[in-house]
Design a protein around this ligand. Sequence first.
Ligand code: MF3
Ligand code: CO
Ligand code: CO
Length: 275
Amino acid sequence: MTELAVDPSPVRDGQIKRHGPDGFAGMRKAGRLSAETLDLLVDIVKPGITTLDIDDFVRNQFLKNGAVPATLGYRGYTASSCTSINHVVCHGIPNDKPLRDGDIVNIDVTCIVDGWHGDTSRMFPVGNVRRKAERLVEVTYEAMMRGIDQVRPGNTFGDIGRAIQEYAESQRYAVVRDFCGHGLGQLFHDAPNVLHFDEPGLKTAVLEPGMFFTIEPMLNAGKAGVKVLADGWTAVTRDKSLSAQFEHSVGVTEDGVEIFTKSPAGLDRPPYLPR
Ligand code: MF3
Ligand code: CO
Ligand code: CO
């Protein structure tokens, strides 16, 4: 009779994994480091700083804390963060162009701590932002939270998507359909795809304790359409309208949800005044 001395490495087999206490403990550590890293960026993101400066900060912060950036070398991606400005929907690649007063930028970071992934993003206003942009950011945060409010055993992934879409559309914004949330844990992107909209006729899985996944809606001020630029990563709105996104990593508990990437400093949403 043979026995494995250690757990086999996790594989993406299409099944939605259910994790135990060790998984929750691992996700808490990883989620906290990613959230703390975004907390520190609140005082750094200002007009004049480049997204490469931000990326360097994120990488150093992770490495200093015994973690590694999950995006570094992931499917050919070479940065430690995604920085998506204004009409960039997601997967913006850090570069040496300074941020400008009035920009809104999504900073998306994922660390790996002891094999577990903490994946989170927030919108950062750069200097003084127009009311229109501010409102899109506020509604996008609220849309994510309405999705998270649906997370409890017995509800379905469809309930999450429907709550997000209903709220976004009631505020006259469009939900991006080309990107979705995802299972995560010891894998960065695992089953299931977590849609941020309702797909009529699609039967989605029932939430069970121990499932870990992200909720990361992207909302556009104009139409939902996106395209990916020639760099193979940068996704932008087809109509050049503003886009915003927030992301938390969450786990289903016995009676609800645990947000692994909650800001320890209470800086989950702009204007980032600690409360
Ligand atoms: N952090 C992103 C997500 O929320 C994934 C980025 S993959 C990269 O899933 F390669 F673009 F960095
Ligand atoms: Co994600
Ligand atoms: Co992310």
